[in-house]
Ligand binder design. Structure first.
Ligand code: MG
Length: 389
């Protein structure tokens, strides 16, 4: 029996790479659901190629266009965010690939877990915002989360077969992004298009900026806490420019396990879909002789202050990671629109983190409210600062 896949966020970076994996293994997988928010042209093309049972376009303005374009196909077309959430409940779905960026991934994630779906998780924000609720929902329903992100996929694979063996710590590897060697004084000149250009990984725009500021690694530390039930003290970050080693697990007996591969998201996506099995593919194998020396450095948190802010949020807990995420969203958007400089992104995030009330044990509605409030406040702070300069 082929595994039936729902690809949420099918037109994004993870979505398109997931479809490329499915295309290479059409004997193993079939597409049951495709959803996208805005990119209706690509969604229509994907639907015609993969012939899913259901297609959802998030932005309702495009519904008529998508419906008309697919009217000669046996494909149901729905629209709206709630429809994206509802299709996840379909009994015919075996695996949900969560490739939606941002807080929009939170509800579909919870719905998938409540319906005991296997979730291939690429959405970072849902675990950053409400990790306790997500891990609690997964445990309560016996649903499995298989991480897609290279670092968490590596840790997940290092832990396979380890059962209850105690973990000393995990070390997340970070490429350092495009500006790791740039002098801090020159951050002021960084342009959005330069920050969007990651040296090693092919990723969407939001993750690319977060990689350039190292916020991405901070988010990954928070994700790791929830995915692997770790304390903040058990999570460290190490800079590894070559992106060949994808994180490490230190065990209490002195053994360190790691996972090596070429930096290609399709490898992790494929593993999340075939887990616990491995199948061959046409992705080039790692050639260590060609790679040469592998280097490791201590991260510079003075230069990349976002990483320090993320660890502060991780240590504070409660709704602080949710505040961090929303403030970062607003700051990154302002940078992409050239309203603030690259060097100022952490400044605005920290200012916002300092003014939103901390809730120690938030519920889901507290997280939603924190997110809403933080976005308003962060925009106010940026606007105020821009007006007085
Ligand atoms: Mg990563």
């Amino acid at each position: 029996m082929k595994k039936r896949i729902a690809v949420l966020g099918s037109t994004g970076s993870i979505g398109t790479q997931t479809l490329s994996v499915i295309d290479d293994h059409c004997d193993l997988f079939e597409v049951e659901v495709l959803t996208a928010f805005n990119n209706f042209n690509l969604l229509i093309k994907q639907a015609i190629k993969f012939l899913p049972n259901v297609v959802v376009i998030g932005n309702e303005d495009h519904f008529g266009f998508v419906r008309d374009a697919l009217e000669n196909y046996d494909i149901k077309v729905y629209a709206g965010s709630e429809a994206i959430n509802q299709v996840v409940e379909m009994q015919t779905i075996d695996i949900v690939v969560l490739g939606i960026v941002g807080i929009s991934g939170l509800n579909p994630m919870l719905t998938a877990l409540k319906n005991r779906k296997k979730v291939a998780l690429a959405n970072k924000e849902s675990l950053v915002i409400a990790g306790d609720i997500i891990s609690g929902t997964a445990i309560k329903n016996g649903a499995q989360i298989i991480p897609v992100d290279s670092e968490h996929s590596a840790i997940f694979q290092c832990l396979m077969g380890e059962l209850d063996n105690p973990v000393q710590k995990v070390m997340l590897t970070a490429s350092g992004g495009p500006f790791y060697n740039l002098d801090r004084d020159n951050f002021i000149y960084v342009k959005p298009e330069e920050a969007l250009n990651h040296p090693n990984w092919n990723m969407g725009p939001k993750v690319s900026i977060d990689s350039a500021t190292l916020m991405n690694k901070g988010f990954e530390a928070i994700e790791a806490k929830w995915l692997f039930n770790l304390s903040p003290q058990q999570i460290e970050v190490i800079i590894h420019r070559e992106s060949i080693v994808h994180s490490m697990v230190y065990f209490t007996d002195g053994t360190v396990k790691t996972l090596l591969s070429n930096p290609d998201m399709r490898i992790n996506i494929q593993f999340a879909l075939t887990y616990p099995n491995r199948v061959s593919n046409s992705i080039p194998q790692l050639d260590l002789l060609k790679t040469g020396t592998l280097n490791f450095l201590r991260p510079d948190v003075k230069k990349f202050r976002n990483l320090a802010l993320a660890f502060k949020a991780l240590n504070t807990g409660g709704n602080m990671p949710c505040i961090l995420n929303a403030a970062n969203d607003i700051a990154v958007n302002a940078f992409l629109k050239s309203k603030i400089g690259f060097h100022n992104i952490p400044y605005f995030i920290e200012k916002t983190m300092n003014v939103i009330p901390v809730i120690e044990k938030p519920g889901l509605s507290d997280y939603i409210e924190t997110d809403r409030l933080t976005r308003i406040k962060a925009k106010e702070i940026i606007k105020y600062k821009n007006n007085i300069i």
